[in-house]
Write a protein that binds this ligand. Structure first.
Ligand code: GLN
Length: 307
């Protein structure tokens, strides 16, 4: 009989393996994004998960050495870094904190909001925040963020240069339209530097271990950053899965953030973090397999923050 001090560490490896296998099967219903050529080449069946509990227990399954770009899963950490560097006022003067009802790259959403990005978890908000990162240019800004995150999380994030080349090979008109609209509304000064920085930070890459370790910063962050970690978790819970966030709060009840590469990070306050990778996505751009697995774990262990 295992003695465990957290709900998360009571999860049996056999149970995790069974759910992960079913998650791979269900992910067949999802689509791999094609707008970044290298993302389109991802292995549909690729799957990895790591669960880190606050008592130090770690449970992993699948291709845990596979690296992937964080894409939108970097957004909570751009937010955290800027809250720590600049404080709440500077950050939330530039970006809102309301949930969005339209897709993550919607220009209509931005127009409805008179050019102020609705929240930091959608592209407009993250592009605006990318422009606030300290540094002379995109390379330096991304480097500063990466160093800070790796230091906080003891992770080994790196810039996936091949992915970045691939992103740059197909200019993303939707992101350009968002950036130009924000220049017009005064929420962005330089669209080129903002987009270059945004694309680079989205290509910060690592394994599920790195992602789970980042999640643990939000759970365990020391006193100096605890207040900002709380804010980031609140924004993840309300906005992290875009227009699917409210439904997810009802079904699962955990702060979470997805990325178009198929990553999904969830943090369980006081308990730990769950990071998964499974490339096929649903209509909202969230990992089908990752969502399935997370829901099973959360329901069986009663992890919802509303429980
Ligand atoms: N870099 C990606 C984009 O701008 C990130 C979006 C995402 O992961 N949802 O489309």
């Amino acid at each position: 009989m295992k003695t465990s001090t957290s709900k998360l560490s009571s999860l049996e490896p056999e149970q995790l393996a069974a759910w992960a296998t079913e998650a791979i099967d269900r992910s067949k219903l999802g689509q791999i994004p094609t707008y970044v050529p290298l993302l389109a080449k991802a292995d549909r069946q690729g799957f990895a998960v790591q669960i880190r509990a606050i008592d130090g227990q770690i449970l992993s399954w699948g291709s845990i050495v596979t690296t992937f770009p964080l894409m939108s899963a970097v957004k909570p950490f751009v937010l955290l870094y800027l809250l720590c560097e600049l404080g709440e006022k500077a950050v939330f003067d530039c970006v809102g904190c309301e949930p969005s009802e339209l897709p993550f790259n919607s220009l209509t959403q931005l127009e409805r909001d008179k050019g102020k990005p609705r929240n930091p978890m959608i592209n407009s908000g993250a592009i605006a925040l990318a422009s606030l990162l300290p540094g002379q240019n995109a390379v330096e800004r991304c480097q500063n963020l990466r160093n800070w995150l790796n230091q906080q999380a003891k992770s080994q994030l790196f810039v996936d240069e091949l992915m970045l080349d691939s992103v740059n090979s197909m200019p993303n008109q939707k992101n350009w339209d968002l950036a130009l609209a924000m220049v017009e509304s005064g929420y962005l000064q330089n669209s080129e530097i903002a987009l270059e920085t945004y694309n680079r930070v989205c290509c910060l890459a690592g394994t599920v271990e790195d992602l789970a370790k980042l999640g643990m910063v939000l759970v365990n962050g020391g006193e100096a950053i605890a207040q900002h970690c709380r804010a980031v978790k609140a924004v993840m819970a309300t906005c992290g899965l875009y227009e699917a966030s409210a439904r997810f709060a009802l079904r699962v009840g955990l702060p979470a953030k997805s990325g178009v590469s198929g990553v999904l990070l969830s943090v369980i306050p006081g308990e730990g973090a769950i990071a998964s990778y499974s490339p096929p996505l649903n209509k909202q751009g969230n990992s089908v397999g990752g969502l399935f697995l997370l829901e099973q774990i959360a329901k069986s262990l009663r992890l919802s923050v509303f429980d």
